[in-house]
Ligand binder design. Structure first.
Ligand SMILES: *[C@@H]1O[C@H](CO)[C@@H](O)[C@H](O)[C@H]1NC(C)=O
Ligand SMILES: *[C@@H]1O[C@H](CO)[C@@H](O)[C@H](O)[C@H]1NC(C)=O
Ligand SMILES: *[C@@H]1O[C@H](CO)[C@@H](O)[C@H](O)[C@H]1NC(C)=O
Ligand SMILES: *[C@@H]1O[C@H](CO)[C@@H](O)[C@H](O)[C@H]1NC(C)=O
Ligand SMILES: *[C@@H]1O[C@H](CO)[C@@H](O)[C@H](O)[C@H]1NC(C)=O
Length: 652
């Protein structure tokens, strides 16, 4: 390890220690007041009123913080970095405990030089015979090369995914889809130029002379463009919803692709039965690919070298060499998040919860289960009373059954897969080898899921903080990262009521939001077991629902048709969280509840992610609160004020 980087680490550690100390000693009330901008009228722009002074320091911004939730994630990252770097300082690195394995991986990521040879050697071991490596013109076996890539998690001529069977959600099957062409991009000259330069660099690292590398790199990009040309022009990136087919059927349909041999190669060491293997494939792409490969217009050198370079590219070899230290740290953590989620998650909860973390965690889970139960009970009451189902007992019962059947899945701290990816050879100082070792194990674990037990636990992503409602399973899933945020680990408050308000307006609201997705425009088409059940509701109920939901298409909502389901879940969810909170305790403080809710959305939605189904944070928060009469009452908003519109939306 080089001295300069240890000094930087040490400085980082001290800074972090100071920072974390500072946060701990503050009371929750104080933190909220800090973010507020009292100059801004609560009845005109509540988001600005409570978040006007919110900001993320450059240390947090360097780790991706742009709003409250991403700041929670960056705080978790800082805590992990601090720990891993102090482990690295002190570790004798001989122990193979999972904590020191994490530190070893992290250290190898930050300090080890990478080499293209590690990757080309690994692929050469597949026996595919790459002309560029051997300087011979013997036959090149692209099936083997394509399969070897996938054993390391990389894409080759296609992408092989393990996903739920869209027809039968608790079954996992394989999907074969076109590559994503992330580096090439879509008709972007700048991208192509950079990508070609990158490929040339890799070829030179492999020992090719500059001119030869340049010529070959150009051919590789041309090859990849013709591969991309096999896709229809309007590439719909969503998964193809086709009936799953058996391997045998597909083998007959695509003899040129030798799918059976492909699967035999990637499934070595997995107990599997070819007759039970089910696949959803992009038939159009595979047809085009088969024609393309039998046309004999691509010389074997280009095809083989293109496949060969997919491995170092997948692992982003040398792409991050010039990054600042903070980006490198972030990059290393993201790698661990993907490749070692279980051990990283356990370490994180240990750091957040302290020594007896397992007990505290179990208590947290119990509290969340109680909250979920209360929310469901409250919503059932609303379903019992709503006019949407007036004189329509059958549909009311359908809705109630669906609500009662809804489950909440929380992550387990212990690895349910039993064989942790770390049980095989301990990691060493070579980052390339570590990456490939972990990727091999991870791919194998994923393949086993296709033939093994149904998946019952949530993937334990330690840095994800978004909850999901899964329509086809009628269940809500909480990722592990959420469990480590102040939503669950409430900061210390001197007033008990503050904690209650914060819990209800934070996690309570999030659960309520997800519950509402079971009853939004998409949700009402699925039944209690998650089956698509069109027309389960009679026209009368749908019309009554639609008449109320229409309000969410009003002027206050930008891009309303795109965001309607989330606008429904937002407002109806906060209504549910508020009613549940009020029912639990009659002497509540609504002001704290509203501030706590809004402050979880301080900052700006990131420009890239913001284009999805969510509208911007300020619009979101202000519109949601504007729909609750209790908000206007609490802050005594005039009828003319922006936060107290006449057209309040409410379905249930
Ligand atoms: C590769 O083969 C060519 C022609 O067969 C020869 O000219 C060249 O020197 C060889 N290169 C290496 C590195 O062996
Ligand atoms: C492709 O080349 C191989 C051997 O070089 C040959 O056997 C095959 O018939 C060719 N295919 C086509 C479609 O030309
Ligand atoms: C809703 O109505 C049903 C049927 O009348 C009743 O059994 C159930 O207890 C009610 N739920 C709540 C939460 O009041
Ligand atoms: C509406 O959607 C378009 C495209 O999805 C986006 O460019 C635009 O910024 C959105 N407008 C608002 C106000 O969110
Ligand atoms: C409601 O909150 C008050 C104030 O914290 C507390 O004294 C009371 O016990 C709570 N009531 C219930 C039913 O939880």
């Amino acid at each position: 390890m080089e001295p300069p980087s240890s000094i930087t680490w040490l400085v980082g550690v001290i800074l972090l220690a100071l920072l974390l100390e500072g946060v701990k000693s503050q009371d929750c009330q104080l933190i909220s007041e800090n973010d507020m901008d009292a100059e801004e009228e609560p009845c005109e722009n509540f988001h600005q009123h409570v978040c006007g002074n919110w900001y993320a320091s450059s240390m947090h911004r360097n780790l991706g913080a742009h709003d409250m939730r991403s700041k929670w994630v960056s705080s978790l990252k800082l805590q992990l970095i601090r720990h891993l770097e102090s482990e690295s300082e002190s570790s004798s690195s001989s122990s193979s405990s999972s904590s020191s394995q994490l530190a070893t991986f992290y250290r190898s990521c930050l300090s080890s030089g990478q080499s293209v040879r590690s990757y080309t050697d690994a692929l050469a071991r597949s026996g595919a015979n790459f002309p560029v490596l051997t300087n011979t013109t013997g036959p090149f076996d692209w099936i083997l090369a394509n399969a070897a890539l996938r054993t390391y998690g990389a894409q080759g001529l296609w992408r092989l995914l393990v996903k739920e069977n869209w027809q039968l959600a608790d079954q996992r099957i394989f999907y074969i889809l076109p590559p994503t062409f992330d580096f090439l991009g879509q008709n972007d000259e700048m991208n192509e130029f950079l990508y070609q330069r990158y490929l040339k660099l890799l070829l030179m690292e492999m020992g090719l002379r500059v001119r030869r590398a340049a010529v070959l790199a150009q051919k590789l990009v041309e090859f990849e463009k013709s591969l991309q040309g096999l896709l229809p022009n309007d590439v719909d990136k969503t998964l193809v919803l086709r009936k799953p087919q058996s391997l045998k059927e597909l083998e007959l349909q695509f003899p040129g692709l030798e799918l059976k041999r492909y699967f035999e190669t990637i499934l070595q060491g997995v107990d599997w039965e070819p007759s039970t293997l089910l696949l959803v494939v992009d038939l159009d792409y595979l047809q085009a690919l088969q024609r393309f490969l039998t046309r004999n217009t691509t010389d074997p050198l280009t095809l083989s070298t293109w496949l060969l370079l997919q491995l170092p590219t997948h692992f982003e070899l040398r792409l991050h060499d010039d990054d600042k230290l903070s980006s490198q740290r972030d990059h290393c953590l993201e790698r661990m998040r993907k490749l070692m989620p279980g051990p990283l998650g356990r370490l994180q909860m240990q750091l957040v919860l302290g020594k007896s973390y397992q007990d505290v965690y179990d208590t947290n889970i119990q509290q969340i289960a109680l909250l979920f139960r209360d929310l469901k009970q409250q919503f059932e009451l609303m379903l019992n009373e709503t006019e949407v189902f007036e004189d329509d007992l059958a549909t009311r019962n359908l809705a109630r059954d669906k609500l009662r059947a809804m489950r909440l899945l929380t992550p387990r701290l212990q690895d349910p897969m039993g064989s942790s990816p770390l049980s095989t050879p301990p990691l060493g100082e070579n980052f390339d080898e570590n990456l490939m070792q972990l990727s091999l194990n991870q791919a194998k674990l994923a393949f086993r899921q296709v033939f093994g037990e149904p998946v019952t636990s949530v993937p334990s992503d330690p840095l994800a903080v978004n909850a999901y409602y899964r329509l086809k399973l009628n269940r809500i899933e909480l990722p592990l990262g959420l469990m480590a945020t102040p939503l669950v680990q409430l900061p210390s408050c001197t007033k008990e009521t503050d904690i209650r308000a914060k819990l209800s307006a934070g996690l309570g609201y999030i659960l309520a939001h997800e519950i509402q997705h079971a009853f939004d425009y998409d949700g009402i088409n699925y039944d209690a077991s998650g089956q698509l059940a069109n027309n389960q509701w009679p026209a009368r109920a749908i019309i009554r629902f639609g008449l109320r939901a229409q309000c969410y298409l009003g002027d206050r909502y930008s891009n309303a048709t795109l965001t309607i389901n989330d606008n429904i879940a937002d407002s109806e969810g906060l209504r549910l969280a508020l009613d549940t909170y009020r029912r639990r305790n009659s002497t509540q403080d609504l002001r704290t509840f509203f501030v706590a809710f809004a402050q979880n959305w301080c900052g700006l939605a990131s420009s890239a992610a913001g284009l999805g189904q969510h509208s911007g944070h300020a619009e979101r928060v202000n519109n949601v609160l504007g729909n609750l009469p209790e908000f206007g009452d609490t802050f005594q908003c005039k009828a003319t004020s922006r936060m107290n519109p006449a057209d309040k939306c409410r379905i249930w």
